[in-house]
Write a protein that binds this ligand. Structure first.
Ligand SMILES: [Zn+2]
Length: 120
């Protein structure tokens, strides 16, 4: 990881480039907040990658390609899964212990939860 701060602004740099020493990925950002975000997310990605075996990686990559190409499909699929689970024992468990909690969107706000729980 190397940083290349560019002097000139009030914060001391106009932009900074984060370069990962493990995979060579580069990310150029213009604010300190964005820099910390980029570094954190990338570190989380490496941590997740390290925790999975090759089969799990292939599976997750396949899932992510599907979901990220059609985010609405991902949300709808989750909502469908919630409805299916509520017809069973009523517990909602998302079996994704491998996903770090930080910087990970949690699509938990599906309206089907509220309506299904209201009948309990
Ligand atoms: Zn990397």
């Amino acid at each position: 990881m190397t940083t290349e701060p560019t002097p000139g602004s009030a914060s001391g740099w106009d932009q900074a480039t984060y370069r990962c020493g493990r995979c060579g990925a580069e990310s150029t950002v213009t604010t300190e907040e964005a820099y910390l975000q980029a570094v954190g997310v990338h570190a989380d990605a490496h941590a997740l990658w390290d925790r999975l075996n090759p089969i799990e990686r292939d599976g997750l990559v396949s899932i992510l390609r599907t979901i990220l190409s059609a985010p609405a499909l991902g949300f709808e699929f989750l909502a469908l899964a919630d409805r299916q689970q509520h017809t069973g024992d009523g517990t909602q468990s998302l079996p994704d212990p491998a996903v770090p909690s930080t910087n990970t969107p949690q699509p938990d706000s599906s309206p089907s939860n509220a309506t299904a729980r209201a009948t309990e």
